[in-house]
Design a protein. Structure first.
Lengths: 375, 751
């Protein structure tokens, strides 16, 4: 009996060999994806630039310098669905205009915002249900076509605007269960091409997306803002609320997520306007509701508009209500503590990012507070 | 209260432009614009540049320049997407013509680069590939525009295209000014000038660009120019939209009025003024749906500008502006003022054509406003003869066949006349069908209406006859190339069809157009007796004015007898219907749209015709009339039960003939709400009457029975089962029902 034992071991080994090989392959692949030469992601204080014109004022430039910001995620353009543009209905929109140059040593991450509508209209090759296109002509552009166009456009914008220090591209999309296959496929194709050019691919991750698989990108940025239901009149603060964040992250450990995550915190504010019967009207840019001739604080914390007035392009009619929403430092700190508990401490490339570079909002924080967020 | 006149009050026909949707089992419909056509003041054949028209003209010029066939040129010039394009040019389409091949390859390169640059994804970087390619093409073409023997004009076009794509607008204009005198070919000029206008616009010279855009009917660009001119006048954008016109309808009207104002102010003597005014007035006055956005005040305001221009314009252009003022006055029902301005226009030096248009507008106003009496009828004859003479004299057989050859008569649905004769064709239709028939309708002079409508609608077709007018060519959209492509149906159309042949040769699966004409709508809406009178008139010999009206009219006996038979069915005159329908050939019946659509298979004597199919029989209407006649005869039968059964089935046939078997009495069923106005059968409301008669007959029929068994069977047939079980339980019919239906079995056990 003992004579056959070696043969049994050999047989057993042969049986489990494919499993070992497959697992090994996966490990190698995962390692490659996370630590390859192109994905040279260093831990750095970072911030988003999300306006349509890059023309930072002196305070914004000073902010970058004072806080030693090393990386700026710059929204280059949106990708939207525009049916008027058939047969090419997926088009770039709101392209960034450069009025100034970036400092040469600043790492720039061109960021592309893709609307979920555009993703829902992504080329047919991904469609499981062909009848989706019964209503009209099928688009004949492929994912590869759009991937090429996006890369071409980013490169052209870099060349024309002398953006040199680019190591990574980021895509931002509020993808859902329905659009996930399209978005993931798009990321795969985009990633492959970017890697050939020595560039990494990252993606924003919204809190609600955490419950899904991670997209096939090199890194993610967890967006810790816009956490609540904006239109709901009972929402306390739709920009950031610790309870909202905790609900999403409580059962998740970053190290198990599949891709390393950076975290973005908000540093902006706005007011949400409702009609007298508490129906959502829209956003108002102002956060200054201190003029008691015009605004009256209500018991529930909202402000009532007393006289007709304007704020930017918004008209504030008397009788409307405003919910003032700010990204308070205390709330950010609270959320940051929750996040830190979940973070993968082995991830040495972890970075904190602020959203976004705007002197009107950032001047509401002290230098110490900013540093505390970055810490 | 004043009300903007839209000619809706005339007759239902006057509403035609408003409802352009597909209706009434027809095909493509020839619907010229009755209102606008007579307001044209230039009268030339060119009425804007459609893609198809440019393509055809381009092919013709290439054929002239290369002496190749239509098909070869079509493939060579429009086949650039082929991967083996160069090879095909060299070995097949343009074999041996190196100059033409060189030009086409350059053009392809130019178009490819232009497509790259115009892609929404393009982000220009100095010296990138498309820009480099275009710069090379611009300089190479500019050189060849001066030296090429055959193609110098085409090279000029290529250079301008390249420069425009490169946004080198000033260079583009400079180059054009250099070569302007050498480019004589109208097609090339038509292709170049919109680019030049675009250059002027981008160089902030809208006053230069606007006349060109107006000339080419590019009203969107005209609006942009007007806005820029406004800004030049330091009218800020807030004021621009504020002017008490910030409601939905006001914005576009303000634009057009503003354009008119700016044209009047800046270019009252622009070259080709007549065309400019035509464009502007057409845009305001009703060439498009946009007209409905204009208000009374808008016309009034526009007239102020127009009159101002009339005062400032040179003498030779003054008449045109007064004419425009007359049109605007007419639009707001100020006919007397309109006539005054027409007088002013006539006092200015005007062309003969202008004089014709003035006469046309004068008669238009007359026929809409005068009382119908003998002098009205005398003038009617005189003016129709005059228009007909104009139509006849301007009819260019070759040109007509060319146009119709391209688009097909029935498929052509453009409000703009295609050439001078088509203009007079539209004028004839407008004056006769909309104006005159509108008045005759009020007098219930249907016979004369039929005579005039048939003439007005078919006179042009009559003149075209022999010119191979029927659906000559088919255009299909190629989703890959994004282009319309012609399918080779040319051989088929070498057969010369006349009117009746057209119907009989129509595609078995496609609707033919005869049930979508004004004549059909009119004939369909009048009582059978009047229709009969008209059919008799068609069969008589004619002289004088009646002879003219008879010329070329639709005299297809099958068409008319089928229609008369249908009218008889509506009017429950089944014996006459049977007799009339027996005269209709089966060849014709097979071509009717309702037959093609399969409505002749519903059993009109079934309680559920939709689900009771009978054999497909082209003589469906005749068979129905025959059976109804037989049933009617039985009303006097000795056997009272047969009499009762006949009444029941007669009532059922009647009811079904306007419900599920509506194809027996109508040519359409489901039409939109708007179309119902247009297709109103108000003159003979047969539907309600038939329903009423049917109910009465059914009631009387059941009361007549003496045989309980037969009555019970009839009750079952007519779905009165409860009555059978309740009142005739002893009959075999009731027992049958009880045996075969659990519900009725239960019913018996419970009662």
């Amino acid at each position: 009996m003992s004579n056959i034992r070696p043969y049994l071991y050999l047989l057993l080994f042969l049986l489990i060999l494919p499993v070992i090989m497959f697992a090994g392959h996966s490990i190698v692949e995962t390692c490659c994806r996370q630590s390859s030469a192109f994905a040279h992601h260093e831990s750095a204080k970072s911030i988003y630039w999300w306006k349509t014109v890059y023309d930072p004022d002196s305070l914004e430039l000073a902010f970058l310098q004072e806080h030693n910001i090393k990386r700026v995620y710059v929204r280059y353009f949106d990708v939207i669905y525009d049916p008027a543009n058939r047969p090419e209905p997926i088009v770039p929109n709101a392209t960034l205009q450069f009025r100034q140059s970036f400092p040469e040593d600043m790492e720039i991450v061109p960021t592309i915002y893709i609307t979920n509508e555009a993703m829902a209209s992504w080329p047919e090759e991904l469609r499981e249900d062909e009848s989706y296109y019964d209503w009209g002509p099928k688009p004949f552009k492929s994912t590869e076509y759009y991937v090429d166009q996006i890369i071409y456009r980013i490169k052209a914008m870099n060349i024309r605007n002398k953006v040199i220090n680019v190591r990574e591209i980021q895509v931002d999309c509020d993808w859902t269960r329905t659009t996930r296959p399209m978005f993931f496929h798009f990321c795969e194709e985009l990633g492959k091409k970017l890697h050939k050019e020595g560039l990494a691919l990252s993606s924003t991750i919204r809190l609600h997306q955490l419950k899904d698989d991670a997209p096939p990108v090199d890194r993610g940025v967890l967006m810790c803002y816009n956490t609540g239901a904006l239109r709901n009149v009972t929402t306390k603060n739709s920009i950031l609320h610790a309870d909202d964040v905790y609900a999403h992250i409580k059962s998740i450990d970053f190290k198990d997520y599949g891709i390393p995550l950076d975290v973005a915190y908000p540093t902006f504010g706005w007011s949400v306007m409702y009609s007298p019967d508490k129906k959502y009207i829209g956003l108002v840019k102002t956060t200054d509701l201190s003029d008691t001739d015009y605004f009256e604080l209500q018991e529930d914390g909202t402000y009532k508009v007393l006289k007709d007035c304007t704020s930017g392009h918004s008209i504030l009619n008397a009788g409307n209500f405003l919910r003032l929403e700010k990204s308070e430092f205390t709330t950010i700190s609270q959320v940051k503590s929750q996040i830190d508990l979940k973070r993968d401490l082995k991830d040495k490339e972890f970075s904190t990012i602020l959203y976004h570079l705007d002197s009107k909002n950032l001047n509401k924080y002290s230098n110490e507070e900013i540093e505390a967020i970055y810490k | 209260m004043k009300k903007l006149k839209l000619y809706t009050s005339n007759i239902v026909l006057g509403l035609m432009m408003f409802f352009s949707q597909a209706l009434a089992c027809g095909g493509g419909w020839y619907w010229p614009d009755y209102r606008m056509s007579i307001y044209r003041v230039d009268g030339s054949s060119k009425t804007g540049l459609s893609k198809e028209e440019l393509r055809e003209r381009n092919i013709c010029l290439w054929m002239k320049q290369t002496h190749r066939s239509y098909n070869d040129i079509n493939a060579a010039v429009y086949g650039a997407q082929r991967t083996d394009y160069e090879q095909m040019l060299e070995e097949r389409y343009l074999k041996g013509d190196t100059a033409a091949i060189k030009l086409l390859l350059l053009a392809r390169k130019c178009e490819t680069a232009r497509a790259q640059i115009s892609s929404p994804w393009y982000y220009g970087v100095i010296g990138d590939e498309p820009q480099t390619v275009l710069a090379d093409i611009a300089s190479e073409s500019a050189a060849l525009a001066r030296t090429s023997e055959v193609f110098h004009e085409r090279y000029a076009l290529q250079s301008i295209r390249a420069l425009f794509a490169l946004r080198q607008y000033a260079e583009c204009i400079t180059f054009w000014n250099e070569v302007d005198n050498t480019v004589k070919e109208p097609l090339i000029r038509d292709l170049v000038l919109p680019y030049i206008a675009g250059c002027y616009y981008h160089l902030h010279q809208p006053e230069m660009a606007m006349p060109i855009f107006i000339h080419y009917g590019d009203m969107e660009s005209v609006k942009l120019c007007a806005k820029m001119l406004d800004q030049k006048e330091e009218m800020d954008s807030d004021n621009f939209e504020d002017c008490s016109r910030n409601d939905n309808h006001g914005w576009s009207s303000y634009h057009m009025i503003n354009i008119l104002r700016l044209t009047a102010e800046y270019c009252p003597d622009v070259p080709d003024l007549s065309r400019c005014i035509s464009r502007l007035i057409e845009s305001m006055r009703g060439d498009t749906y946009e007209q409905y956005y204009y208000r009374w005040d808008d016309y009034d305001e526009a007239r102020v500008y127009v009159l101002d221009a009339a005062k400032r314009a040179s003498l030779s252009n003054r008449g045109l502006w007064y004419y425009a003022a007359a049109i605007l006055s007419d639009a707001i029902s100020e006919e007397n003022k309109a006539l005054d301005y027409l007088k002013e226009a006539k006092n200015c030096p005007i062309s003969r054509k202008m004089a014709d248009y003035i006469r046309l507008l004068e008669m238009d106003i007359f026929f809409r406003t005068a009382t119908v009496n003998q002098s009205f009828l005398t003038k009617l004859e005189k003016e129709i003869r005059w228009i007909d003479q104009k139509l006849y004299n301007s009819f260019d057989h070759e040109s007509i066949s060319g146009y119709v050859w391209k688009f097909g008569y029935w498929g052509f649905n453009d409000a703009k006349p295609r050439d001078e004769s088509d203009f007079w064709n539209m004028a004839l239709r407008r004056v006769v069908i909309s104006d005159i028939c509108g008045r005759l309708d009020q007098k219930q002079d249907y016979l004369r209406m039929l005579q005039l409508t048939n003439f007005a609608e078919n006179r042009y077709l009559h003149l075209c006859d022999g010119a191979n007018i029927w659906e000559r060519r088919y255009w299909n959209f190629n989703s890959v190339t994004g282009e319309y492509e012609r399918t080779d149906a040319l051989d088929k159309t070498n057969t010369c069809f006349d009117y009746t042949q057209y119907v009989r040769n129509s595609d078995p699966k496609e609707w033919n157009g005869i049930y979508r004409t004004e004549l059909f709508i009119l004939a369909d809406s009048i009582p059978a007796d009047i229709l009969k009178l008209y059919i008799n008139w068609l069969q008589q010999d004619h002289s004088g004015f009646e002879k003219l009206l008879y010329y070329g009219c639709n005299n297809d006996k099958d068409f008319w007898n089928e229609m008369l038979g249908t009218h008889y069915l509506r009017e429950r005159r089944y014996v006459e219907a049977e007799k009339t329908l027996s005269l209709v050939s089966t060849d014709f019946l097979r071509c009717t749209n309702i037959y093609k659509d399969g409505y002749f298979t519903r059993d009109p004597f079934s309680i559920d015709p939709r689900n009771t199919r009978i054999d497909d029989d082209v003589r469906y209407k005749y068979n129905f009339a025959h059976r109804m006649s037989q049933l009617k005869n039985n009303f006097t039968h000795n056997d009272i039960n047969i009499r009762a059964e006949s009444m029941l089935y007669f009532s059922l046939g009647m009811k079904n003939s306007v419900e599920d078997c509506w194809a027996l009495t109508s040519y359409y069923k489901y039409i939109g709400e708007e179309a119902r106005v247009r297709y109103s059968l108000g003159k003979i409301n047969y539907y309600d009457q038939i329903q009423l008669e049917s109910e009465m007959l059914e009631k009387n029929g059941f009361e007549l029975f003496s045989d309980r068994e037969r009555k019970a069977k009839a009750l079952i047939t007519f779905s009165h089962r409860l009555e059978v079980m309740r009142d005739y339980p002893e009959t075999q019919a009731a027992m049958f029902l009880q045996r075969h239906c659990d519900i009725w079995k239960d019913y018996v056990s419970q009662h």
